[in-house]
Design a protein around this ligand. Structure first.
Ligand code: GDP
Ligand code: IMO
Ligand code: MG
Length: 423
């Protein structure tokens, strides 16, 4: 069987956690392929809200196996907390959570370097979640990193000490003050490692390729969004991994010809948390309404998310680079009550009207041309069938399908697992 992918098409927080949870009933295995605890994936069902950072969003189902792939970076301290949250809800995970030996570890000093780097950038800061993501992927590509498989070596602590010592000397390079207590950080890290060791470490590429041969169904879960991709995102205001479809191949060891459906998920509007350009951002009452009704606060950092209109120029770009075969539109309910809705359909760039995403999308380089739509005023959150959706919403969806050339197969009308309409 092929591997299906689910990934975010905007700047993250599209609702990946919710939809992976909904789709898990159709899959034997859910596998995360990149990112780390910078992600916050929210799942709501049976009156409880769960936020997962590194653990795949299939973990609440009885039989699905969950794999943390080689492309993921793991902070044992945060991972331990995630596991303890599962224990609080009596979720058995030991038998259904597998960790790639090739996944890299986030050391406490990676987090310190992240903080020093951000502080030293001043106004030009990325707006990182400060989870140590950038420094850990730097050590990976710089061939200095520590991997989960290293924990099986007798001298793992020596490796850890050597890398930590290097990081501490690097901290001196930054002309900023970072306060820390190394002994405390290490004690916490070692407890996290002990907890991680209660799980099974595997060669996940072999596991997944064997599973495909045995005709098992696999869903790869992305983190962040396409516009945060290290290559194709709004560099340098991006994360440090490939969040796009190609990242699933390298992050799991799945060949490109083994990819099946590519589910692209987007909000009916746009949000972004952290710094960087955002052409359709709103600074008025409409943006404030989206933030308030959509409860737009980061699931990992609690920061308010910036809000704006749907950007079809950017969405079409994301559809192309990912080869999206099915779209999923989230949070349509949040737009109920707007008299008029706007969708970005072209940019003005260097004196010309263009419909592709150019190299520079800062405000001094692009202005946006919008197409307007009539809004709808209905409570979508109780609707359960596509037929019951308001006509103006269906027109909005039609337009998106025509522009992207891809069908919208799921319309999400609320945060709960049940508030999901299949088309
Ligand atoms: P992820 O990172 O892509 O998994 O998304 P997050 O969990 O960070 O953010 C999505 C937020 O929107 C969460 O608070 C979800 O509970 C919520 N959410 C998801 N789908 C819907 C929807 O259709 N309507 C509303 N109102 N909220 C939604
Ligand atoms: P999920 O999986 C939204 C953003 C940060 C910052 C930039 C770099 O929940 O959609 P990093 O910590 O990676 O160094 O931050 O990327 N960012 C996210 N924004 N959702 C996420 O994940 C994000 N992960 C990172 O805000 O702008
Ligand atoms: Mg999130």
């Amino acid at each position: 069987m092929a591997v299906d992918l689910l990934l975010g098409l905007q700047w993250g927080d599209e609702g990946k956690g919710k939809i992976v949870d909904v789709l898990t009933q159709n899959y034997d295995i859910i596998a995360r392929f990149q990112g780390g605890p910078n992600a916050g994936h929210t799942l709501i069902f049976d009156g409880f809200k769960h936020v997962l950072h590194t653990i795949p969003s299939g973990i609440f189902h009885k039989t699905a196996m969950n794999v943390v792939g080689n492309g993921v970076v793991i902070d044992p301290v945060i991972f331990k907390k995630e596991l303890e949250n599962l224990e609080k809800h009596d979720i058995e995970y030991v038998s259904k959570l597998l960790i790639s030996r090739k996944a890299h570890l986030i050391l406490p000093t990676h987090r310190l370097l992240d903080a020093a780097s951000e502080t030293s950038k001043g106004k030009a800061k990325i707006g990182s979640t400060l989870k140590g993501i950038g420094p850990t992927y730097m050590d990976k590509t710089g061939r200095n990193g520590m991997r989960v498989g290293d924990l099986e070596l007798e001298n793992w602590k020596e490796k850890y000490d050597a890398l930590t010592a290097k990081h501490l000397s690097m901290l001196n390079y930054f002309d900023v003050q970072v306060d820390y207590n190394l002994a405390e950080l290490e004690a916490e890290f070692c407890k996290g490692i002990d907890k991680l060791r209660t799980l099974q470490f595997i060669d996940s590429e072999e596991y997944l390729n064997n599973a495909m041969k045995e005709k098992k169904t696999i869903l790869a879960e992305g983190a962040q969004g396409s516009l945060l991709d290290i290559d194709f995102g709004t560099y340098p205001f991006v994360t440090s991994s490939n969040t796009t479809a190609a990242g699933a191949c390298t992050g799991l060891g799945v060949a490109p010809n083994k990819i099946g459906e590519v589910y692209g998920i987007f909000k009916a509007y746009t949000t972004r948390v952290g710094s960087g350009p955002f052409p359709t951002e709103l600074f008025d009452e409409d943006g404030a309404t989206m933030g308030r009704v959509g409860n737009e606060f980061g699931a990992t950092t609690g920061r308010p998310r910036r809000c704006g209109w749907l950007d079809l120029v950017a969405l079409k770009y994301a559809v192309d680079i990912n080869g999206v075969t099915q779209l999923m539109m989230m949070k349509g309910d949040v737009l109920s009550g707007f008299e008029t809705l706007k969708v970005a359909t072209s940019y003005n760039y260097k004196g010309k009207e263009i419909t592709h995403l150019p190299y520079n999308i800062e405000p001094e380089n692009v202005t946006v041309n919008y197409t307007e739509f009539k809004g709808w005023n209905a409570d979508l959150t109780k609707m359960t069938s596509a037929e019951s959706l308001p006509k103006n919403l269906l027109d909005y969806i039609d337009f998106i399908e025509k522009e992207t050339g891809v069908p919208v197969k799921i319309v999400s009308v609320g945060p709960d697992r049940k508030q999901t309409i299949m088309r």
